[in-house]
Design a protein around this ligand. Structure first.
Ligand SMILES: [Zn+2]
Length: 487
């Protein structure tokens, strides 16, 4: 059996270019070489999928760098090039490389590099020549010519919440193996649509994505079709490649791939209005949650979602919960390192009055004064039991302050609480709460929907608001729906 060597790596960031918080290499807490294997082996992550396939198929894999950070503003230019150079020099240094498999996001922007993934892939191609380069992407990736021209196959997540990272990782790695063994010759193409729907109704269990995925699955039944995927778009980036896209990977049949993306793209365009969805005003949402007889009622702060690059320290909904005297409430999380430190100084069981939240920028409400008892203090580390099952999480130190029955988790770092473990780690049983306030747009649904009685998407201010008209775009390709309606 010939022996094949595949270089693997990860560079993942969803960049909200409207955020004032710059992203640095430190935020990525990169893992190198063998650390990557130790961290991801036996996890339901994309890299976990690569590792499983390569070990089963006895393919040598060379782990380089795995860098992934919570969404925020642009990555510092030098830090971006550090990651790129680490990967390309890994290729140059290796004795033998037969292919490259990378876990990317697709909506990453670095300072002076609007096309982070495309630029990385171009650099990789320069070094590997005609050897296959295959990538996995987040469903919120922003696809461009530079990306499809510099790789051989793309596997985007088919689920939102993204619960199929592992499966897509497996698929991508299996395609790599078949390509190396001469059984496939993948080619990839895409079609871009002049539309940018808010992320609120891009879920894959209801709404327009269900219909589009059905078409994609049917297309995949055809001969020589390897993969068809849909990228509804991440709208919080002011770059030229913003917009929805569809992607097809076929076995060396460009005409077929083009036909598929044309058909699927047409369907997506025709369904665009279905991506819009109304939100509930803050006061009405809180009143409804209080009036419900049974809980948990989830208030989703969709506009302050750290999963989309917002800071997660917005105070408007919390302020209303306090005002309307809501009881038995759990809040995850308010990012406020200063408040966490004050809580630690105060100590568990002691009372404190302090200002919390609203400290990162002017888009998420003012800091609010609260008085309450410190309940718990933790190091903020836990293991994911939902989404990336088995992967360690670290939200920095945390403290819970109990404000008249509203238990607020304060965290050092921005965190989208998509895994209820964040509550349990902090001594709160989320299923016992009447009301849960989550800083999340939709990924929480995978784990919370099974035990919640109702989910209310709240119209609070923030950097991930579905009201795209509130942003000033300078680089968006125009015309583009929903700003303009012409195609
Ligand atoms: Zn995503």
């Amino acid at each position: 059996m010939p022996d094949f060597h595949v270089l693997i790596g990860m560079m993942s960031h969803e960049t909200n270019t409207f955020s004032t918080v710059k992203t640095t290499l430190e935020d990525f807490r990169p893992l190198y070489g063998q650390e990557i294997v130790e961290n991801f082996r036996n996890t339901k992550s994309g890299i976990g999928g690569y590792i499983d396939v390569f070990e089963k198929e006895e393919i040598e894999y060379i782990p380089t760098i795995a860098a992934s950070a919570t969404p925020a503003g642009e990555l510092i230019n030098e830090d971006f090039w550090f990651i790129v150079n680490y990967i390309t020099s890994g290729i140059k240094k290796a004795k033998k490389i037969d292919g490259v498999l990378l876990a990317l996001h697709g909506a990453m922007v670095a300072q002076g590099v609007p096309e982070a993934e495309g630029t990385l892939l171009k650099e990789v191609k320069k070094v590997v020549g005609n050897k296959p380069v295959i990538i996995t992407l987040d469903l919120h990736g922003l696809i461009s010519d530079m990306m499809t021209e510099n790789c051989d196959a793309i596997f985007g997540y088919d689920t939102n919440p993204h619960v199929d990272m592992y499966e897509r990782g497996v698929e991508a790695a299996e395609t790599m193996v078949k390509t190396l063994r001469g059984k496939l010759k993948p080619i990839v193409t895409h079609r871009k649509l002049p539309m940018v729907p808010p992320t609120i109704n891009q879920r894959t269990t209801e709404g327009p994505m269900v219909k589009l995925l059905e078409t994609a699955r049917k297309m995949e039944q055809q001969r020589n079709v390897i993969n068809v995927c849909i990228f509804p778009a991440f709208p919080y980036a002011d770059v030229k490649r913003v917009g929805s896209a569809v992607v097809a990977v076929t076995n060396n049949d460009y005409k077929l791939a083009q036909k598929l993306v044309d058909e699927l793209g047409e369907q997506m365009w025709n369904l665009r209005e279905e991506f819009l969805k109304p939100l509930t005003p803050i006061d009405e949402a809180v009143l409804t949650a209080i009036k419900e007889t049974q809980g948990p009622i989830i208030l989703a702060d969709v506009a302050d979602n750290p999963g989309g690059g917002a800071p997660g320290d917005g105070t408007e909904i919390l302020k209303e919960l306090i005002k309307q005297k809501a009881k038995n409430v759990g809040v995850a999380c308010i990012k406020d390192p200063e408040a966490v430190n004050k809580a630690i100084e105060t100590g568990v069981r002691n009372n404190i009055t302090m200002m919390i939240g609203g400290k990162t920028d002017d888009f998420h409400g003012e800091p609010i004064e609260v008085t309450g008892k410190i309940r718990t203090i933790t190091d903020g580390k836990f293991i994911h039991r939902a989404m990336s099952i088995g992967v360690p999480a670290d939200v920095g130190k945390t403290a819970v302050i109990d404000v008249n029955g509203i238990e607020i988790i304060l965290s050092e770092k921005s965190h989208a609480p998509n895994d209820p473990e964040i509550f349990r780690r902090n001594g709160i049983e989320p299923t016992d709460k009447k009301i849960i306030l989550l800083k999340s747009r939709g990924h929480f649904r995978a784990a919370y929907e099974p035990f919640s009685k109702k989910i209310i998407e709240v119209d609070a201010p923030g950097l991930t608001t579905p009201n795209l008209q509130l942003f000033t775009y300078n680089n968006l390709p125009r015309p583009i729906w929903p700003f303009e309606t012409t195609k």
